[in-house]
Structure formats: structure tokens, C-alpha cells
Design a protein around this ligand. Structure first.
Ligand code: ADP
Ligand code: MG
Length: 467
């Protein structure tokens, strides 16, 4: 069912958090407790892209009350969360059940002859409007892909055909494809079609179901009558040999007419081993670009960008951005997930500020840093504590006596020099100390090392002991 969608749940929690600043808990419990987001759709109104948020309620009475009393508030808060103008709609739970039933019936019975889809109708582009060039953040790892994509969008069918984007999951391939499509649709009257390989396969399979020929024609009309064809995640075509053959013909037909073909994959054309050789050769006729994982600089800029635009953005410490960037996986989807979770947690807790400690609490199950015991920092702390015969708690404590302070500085220096961890992360693992303390410790030990041979020996020995 649609309202089990995790993202919508988080958005709803976020919304309730903001609502707490507006109306009493009693009112929230009376009117909002049994509501959820059913779905969020993209739409266009007065040439502007907007969101349609459909909220599900369990009674007509509540639905009426929400419309009468809270519609504006809901609209305003949803806009601050989603960063777009919103229209709010309501649906009753019992009506959803009816819709689900209907869908089930449609799925389980094969379509009667006269109801076969006719693709001669205007096809839908399937484009997601929020993926644009404007909100694609560019860094060294994706610059080439971005520039090439923009060129393709400006001159479809002319420059790079086919245009093949590959890279690991979550690095922005789908985003770039939609950006190209949206750009072309905005600047021309060309017909654009975005499909995933799975959709392409299922269209083709339904074609095979009817042997009377009419469907074959419909399939061809759909796929050969367009100006820009985008197929996402082509690696999944490897499992469908028959569809590959059809794709080969579609490809040739479009290519011969100078129509733009855009393909994405999680691996390079050479590594699509199960794809027919003749297809792979064709992929290399145009331009192939690779999107690499983002470096820390880009991750920071993306995290910052994803955080802005929300009402709580002003509460976020700069350190938190670095913390998220340095502890998330090297893919953008993971960074986005961290931001959504952080904000949902903030909506529930209502903090005065979102600092490192708060972020660590919110994201402990999500980011790498939660693996305290296995981390390199933890190993260094243990080796240093063992050497100086103090405890790890001492290293993390507020104690400032020389017998603890100096080992702590040594440990911080080792963490900074021998791990990739950021200053904020190291600070966090040493009792939430701030940036400047960490920097000071590193400077101090570096200076000492220049004049103190005994310290050099000590550091060598500790390094040998790091498990
Ligand atoms: P892929 O198709 O490569 O698996 P997606 O295009 O679905 O990746 O990207 C995953 C998420 O990360 C999307 O929400 C997308 O908007 C976002 N994203 C990826 N790269 C960037 C970027 N450079 N700037 C902003 N958002 C990005
Ligand atoms: Mg994708």
C-alpha cells in the first residue's frame, strides 16, 4: 500500500514536529493522530511545478475538520518541508481499500480485446520534474558526465549518440537522465520517453502475449515514434534475450533517424557481458561517460544543499555537515537518507540546535561512525590507553591533568595522522571536544616530535600495538 512508503512516513513525522510549534498537543492528538500521507505526486500549476500531497484520514468527520480548520497550516508546513508549493488533498481510508480492490481485479484479469492499450495516444514522458540540472551539484567526480549531459540536452541527436552514462548506484545517473529530458521538453517540442529496462521488458512481454499482430505494431509505434529515448539501468536487459533483439531494432531505427538515445548502466558497455555483442558495439559509437563516487568536498556540498530549504536548516551546526559527509557511504543516496533521518529526528525532538552530539544520536544506526568498537579511532584509543596505563574513558573524559592530557593529545595526533577521520569526528570520539582543541593537540605533538626523540620511540611503539 502506498502509505507504507518510508520517505512519506519521515515527511509526516517531520510535519508533526513542526505542527507542535503551532497547535496544542491535544489538538494534534484529536485531529492528526490517525492521519498519514497516502502519496505525494508531482504536478504543474500555472507553469510551476508543485506537489500534491494526499493525506489519508479514517473518518469523514476528521476530514471535514481538517479542511475547515487546518488546511492553510498544513499547506504552509508541507511547503516548508518539501520546498515547493503544495496542494493538499484528502482521502478516506475506506476509499483506499476500494481502490486497492479495483487494482487487484485489473491486475488479475487479462484485458478484454477492445481495451488493449493503444499507444498511438500521446505517450507520457515519465519524467520526474524535480531532477534538473539546476539542482545537480557538480564536482570533479561527475563534471564530465554533467557537461556532456548538458550538451546532449542542448543538441539532442546531434553530438553524442548514443549517450551512455555508467557508474555505481546512487551517484546521479537517473537524475542526469531526467535533467536532460526535462531540459529538452522545456526548450523544444520533441517527444521524450524515459523508461527503466524493466518497463521496456514488460512492454515487450505484453507485446508477445497477443499474437494477432496488433500489439507488435503498438509497441513499435510507442518506441519508434519518439525523438529522445532514455533507457535506465540497461544492465537488467541482460536477463531478457528476446527483448534485447527488439531493442536492437528499436535502436537502429531511432539511430538512423538521428533520434537521441540515452542509456545508463551500473557498469561499462564492455562489462555488460551478457548483452549481445552487436549492441555493445553500438553503445560505443557515441560517447560513454563514467560518474565516479564523490570526494569529501563534493559530499559536503551535496549534504549542505540537501539540508538547505528546510525550516530547521538554520539550526544546523557547520560541523554536522562535515560529520555527515565524512561518515556516509560514497553515494549521494546515502547522504540524502542521512539528511532525511536527521530532520525527521529533529521534528520529533524539537531541539534548539542541531549540533554534532544531536546528529550522532539521530544517525547512530545509519552512519559508519556508529561502529565504535571496530573503528580505527577506537583501536588507537585502546593502544594509547594501554601504553600509558590509563583507561579509554580517561581519554574521553574532561580530566585535564598532565598524565591524561598528554596521552590524549598523542591519541588525537595519531587519529589525525593515521586515519581519514575528520576533525569533528575525532572531536566527537574524544568526549565531544571541539575543532580547535583537536587542531591544537595535533600541532603540539608535531612540535614535540621535532625535538623529542623519546616521543618518536613511544609513537612507534604505540603504532606497532594498534590492533
Ligand atoms: P543512480 O541512478 O546513479 O543510482 P540517482 O540519480 O537515483 O542515482 O541519485 C540518487 C539520489 O541522489 C537522487 O535523489 C539524486 O537526486 C541525488 N543526487 C545524485 N547526484 C547528485 C548531485 N550531484 N547533486 C544533487 N543530487 C544528487
Ligand atoms: Mg538510477
Amino acid at each position: 500500500m502506498r502509505f507504507m512508503n518510508e520517505e512519506n512516513t519521515l515527511i509526516w513525522q517531520n510535519f508533526i514536529g513542526l505542527l507542535k510549534n503551532r497547535i496544542s498537543t491535544v489538538s494534534i492528538n484529536s485531529w492528526f493522530k490517525y492521519c498519514k500521507i497516502y502519496k505525494i505526486d508531482d504536478a504543474v500549476e500555472n507553469n510551476k511545478s508543485i506537489k500534491i500531497v494526499t493525506i489519508v484520514t479514517n473518518s469523514q468527520f476528521i476530514k471535514d475538520a481538517l479542511i475547515k480548520r487546518y488546511l492553510e497550516t498544513i499547506e504552509e508546513l508541507m511547503e516548508s518541508i518539501l520546498g515547493k508549493n503544495c496542494n493538499i488533498e484528502f482521502i478516506l481510508e475506506e476509499d483506499i481499500n476500494k481502490i486497492d480492490e479495483k487494482e487487484k481485479i485489473i491486475e488479475s484479469s487479462s484485458p478484454p480485446v477492445e481495451k488493449r492499450p493503444t499507444y498511438t495516444q500521446t505517450i507520457e514522458s515519465n519524467l520526474i520534474e524535480r531532477y534538473t540540472f539546476d539542482n545537480f551539484i557538480v564536482g570533479d567526480s561527475n563534471r564530465l558526465a554533467h557537461t556532456a549531459a548538458l550538451s546532449v540536452a542542448e543538441q539532442p541527436g546531434k553530438l553524442y549518440n548514443p549517450f551512455f552514462i555508467h557508474g555505481k548506484s546512487g551517484l546521479g545517473k537517473t537524475h542526469l537522465m531526467h535533467a536532460i529530458g526535462n531540459y529538452i521538453k522545456k526548450t523544444s517540442s520533441k517527444k521524450v520517453l524515459y523508461v527503466t529496462s524493466d518497463k521496456f521488458i514488460s512492454d515487450f512481454t505484453s507485446l508477445n502475449m497477443n499474437k494477432d499482430g496488433s500489439y507488435v505494431q503498438a509497441f513499435k509505434e510507442k518506441y519508434r515514434g519518439i525523438d529522445v529515448l532514455m533507457i535506465d539501468d540497461i544492465q537488467f536487459l541482460q536477463k531478457a534475450e528476446k527483448t534485447q533483439q527488439e531493442f536492437f531494432h528499436t535502436f537502429n531505427s531511432l539511430y538512423d533517424m538521428n533520434k537521441q538515445i540515452i542509456i545508463s548502466s551500473d557498469r561499462s558497455p564492455d562489462d555488460l557481458k551478457l548483452l549481445e555483442e552487436r549492441l555493445r558495439t553500438r553503445f560505443s559509437w557515441g560517447l560513454t561517460v563514467n560518474i565516479y563516487p564523490p570526494d569529501i568536498e563534493l559530499k559536503k556540498r551535496i549534504a549542505k544543499n540537501k539540508m538547505s530549504g528546510y525550516a530547521v536548516a538554520s539550526l544546523v551546526d557547520e560541523d554536522v555537515i562535515e560529520y555527515i559527509a565524512s561518515n556516509s557511504e560514497n553515494d549521494v543516496r546515502h547522504i540524502e537518507g542521512a539528511v532525511t533521518r536527521l530532520y525527521a529526528y529533529a521534528a520529533i525532538m524539537g531541539p534548539h540546535k542541531i549540533d554534532l552530539e544531536f546528529a550522532n544520536e539521530a544517525l547512530r544506526d545509519y552512519l559508519k561512525s556508529s561502529v565504535y568498537m571496530d573503528s580505527n579511532i577506537a583501536k588507537i584509543q585502546k593502544a594509547v590507553a594501554d601504553y600509558y596505563k590509563i583507561t579509554i574513558e580517561d581519554l574521553k573524559s574532561k580530566k585535564r591533568t598532565a598524565n591524561i592530557n598528554y596521552p590524549r593529545q598523542v591519541a588525537i595526533y595519531l587519529c589525525r595522522t593515521y586515519t581519514d577521520e575528520s576533525f569533528p569526528k575525532i572531536g566527537l570520539e574524544f568526549g565531544n571536544r571541539d575543532h580547535s582543541t583537536i587542531m591544537h593537540a595535533c600541532d603540539k605533538i608535531e612540535k614535540d616530535l621535532k625535538v623529542n626523540n623519546q616521543l618518536k620511540e613511544i609513537i612507534k611503539e604505540i603504532k606497532n600495538n594498534i590492533g
